[in-house]
Design a protein around this ligand. Structure first.
Ligand code: SF4
Ligand code: SF4
Ligand code: FES
Length: 538
């Protein structure tokens, strides 16, 4: 149901009363009073069996050595019709195997049943149409376009979709049988999309990562980063146990010993040099509980606001209640300093769905040309770091488009004369003004800009000017950079924010101190990671 029905494999042939021939049920819409015979029609059963025999003309049925074995729809069909002996005595089609069509995906063309799912996924779902059927008849082959490789942010999904073992994962190939895996449900640790994953492990080793189905988030897809980048779990440099350096030599110690050591050292340093001499680095890859407790120890016990992460060179309010589903309903998207397919890949799939299925319009404003430009109605580049200026320019152009307070002179000044860009910015403003449900994405370029709060405020003003400030289907999406960046804000793992994102004002400090049962909390904001590094060098 996630691809448009085309009826390629004919393995769903059924008899519908009143129809003159067997039909592929996946292409039919249910109608009132429809009577469908799946197993009770001899014709339908024979029809599916006959098609299966055709599908198996070239298929090797090498299930015992095929990665798909155990979760293969074709294997299931064959078992179901186990009496379907092949009458094909000729030589089957031969291909070199495997054919590496990308860094992650290997093609075993002998197994391909030419269902076109992989081609359609790239085109219909990912918006990266890089695969096609090449050649004709007996020699028809799935392949990237001439001279290209299967470069896509979402190539791994074709492995799941392939109904046979034709597209296989390089990292999982021959590593385990699927029934030997224990699949642990988890959340992808990379970007802030929070895709659901199943971590397939065998004998304490991760063998593969596949999508966990969650219609509200990733549906049934994953980007390639989330799917293939787990080799760090085996990196030999990973800490497996607490260690202490004694006389210059690292030694493994128990947790009790390590924690006692850290507690004593922290206490001694604070007593000697004051609370500002210690700092804690949490992580946007830690859980809320871990980050909360870390900042609580440093604020409530040691008395310092030096709590942050290595990744605090961005600032977002991180608010917004837009769901992934809301993206599908929008009719105008503006990517402002946001490379969505790189920064939040799975969100791109929702945007693309709206572009493809509902004719939504995509507007790009970014310092660089983006790979999704082919899908954009308008694309403009601006000099890096000029986000505030361009957000203001866009807001003025929207005012102008709405015939209110025309400030043409200021707009001109902002864009250094009525250049070609000014004209295109006006077109963009027109498109925004025409949208019913408008979604603005503020990406990395905005959040890493030192003027981020002003730019975000300007974008919110822009939404208000468009009359979308209160519209629940429109909104500003501020990209948070890492898996649990939002949690670091919520838990107060920032030098100037208490849990619940409360600033270090007296009333907030008093309220938190009361909950924690301590006398008072430090008022002075702590140091950012860059400042901590500087202090460390000094
Ligand atoms: S490679 Fe797999 S998904 Fe693609 S056409 Fe062949 S069988 Fe279908
Ligand atoms: S989109 Fe983000 S959360 Fe989803 S799989 Fe990719 S990196 Fe992971
Ligand atoms: S033709 Fe209907 S599932 Fe393939």
């Amino acid at each position: 149901p996630r691809l448009e029905p085309v009826g390629m494999c004919r393995q769903c042939l059924v008899e519908i009363e009143g129809a003159r021939r067997l039909v592929a049920s996946c292409t039919q819409r249910v109608r009132e009073g429809m009577r469908v015979k799946v197993y009770t029609s001899q014709d339908a059963v024979e029809g599916r069996k006959a098609v299966l025999e055709f599908l198996l003309i070239n298929h090797p049925l090498d299930c015992p050595v095929c990665d798909k074995g155990g979760e293969c729809p074709l294997q299931n069909q064959y078992y179901f019709f186990s009496s379907a002996l092949s009458r094909f005595a000729e030589q089957k089609r031969r291909w070199p195997k495997p054919i590496p069509i990308s860094e992650n995906v290997l093609l075993d063309m002998e197994r391909c049943v030419l269902c076109r799912r992989c081609v359609r996924f790239c085109d219909e779902v990912a918006g990266e149409p890089v695969l096609e059927f090449m050649n004709r008849g007996w020699y028809t082959q799935v392949a990237p376009f001439f001279g290209e490789t299967f470069e896509s942010h979402f190539s791994g999904n074709t492995i799941d979709l392939c109904p046979v073992g034709a597209l296989t994962s390089r990292s999982f190939r021959f590593k385990a049988r699927v029934w030997e895996l224990t699949n642990f449900p988890s959340i992808c640790p990379y970007c802030a999309c929070g895709c659901n994953i199943l971590v397939g492990q065998r004998v304490n080793d991760i063998k593969r990562v596949t999508p966990g189905v969650n219609e509200a988030v990733n549906e049934a897809w994953l980007c390639d980063k989330g799917r293939f980048d787990y080799s760090y779990t085996r990196h030999e440099g990973r800490l497996q146990a607490p260690m202490l350096r004694r006389n210059g030599i690292w030694e493994e110690v128990s947790w009790g010993e390590a924690l006692d050591f850290v507690a004593q050292r922290l206490k001694a340093i604070v007593e000697e040099h004051g609370p500002g001499s210690v700092a804690a680095l949490g992580s946007p890859w830690c859980t809320n509980e871990e980050n909360y407790l870390l900042q609580r120890i440093f604020r409530g016990i040691l008395g310092t606001n030096n709590v942050t992460t290595k990744h605090d060179a961005w600032r977002s309010h991180g608010f917004g209640s837009l769901t992934f589903e809301a993206l599908e309903r929008a009719d105008v998207f503006l990517f402002f300093g946001a490379d969505v397919i790189e920064e939040l890949p799975i969100a791109w799939l929702r945007v693309y769905k709206a572009l493809r299925r509902r004719g939504a319009r995509l507007l790009l404003l970014h310092p660089r040309r983006l790979s999704v430009e082919r899908h954009a109605a308008l694309a403009l580049t601006y000099p890096e770091g000029q986000e505030l200026r361009w957000a203001q320019g866009l807001a003025l152009a929207v005012l102008e488009a709405k015939g209110r307070h025309p400030e043409v002179e200021r707009l001109r000044a902002i864009l250094q004369e009525a250049s070609e860009e000014a004209g295109r910015l006006r077109e963009m403003a027109e498109a925004l003004a025409q949208g019913e449900r408008v979604i603005l994405f503020a990406g990395k370029e905005v959040l890493h800009n030192s003027e981020a709060p002003h730019i975000l405020a300007m974008l919110r003003t822009l939404l208000d000017l468009l009359g979308k400030g209160e519209d629940k289907d429109s909104g500003l999406v501020e990209f948070l950079p890492y898996a649990n960046s939002r949690g670091t804000l919520d838990m107060g793992l920032w030098p100037d924010l208490l849990p619940g994102r409360r600033p270090l004002e007296e009333a907030a400090r008093a309220a938190v101190a009361e909950v924690w049962g301590v006398d008072l909390l430090p008022a002075e904001p702590g140091l950012s990671f860059a400042q901590l590094q500087e202090a460390g060098r000094a």
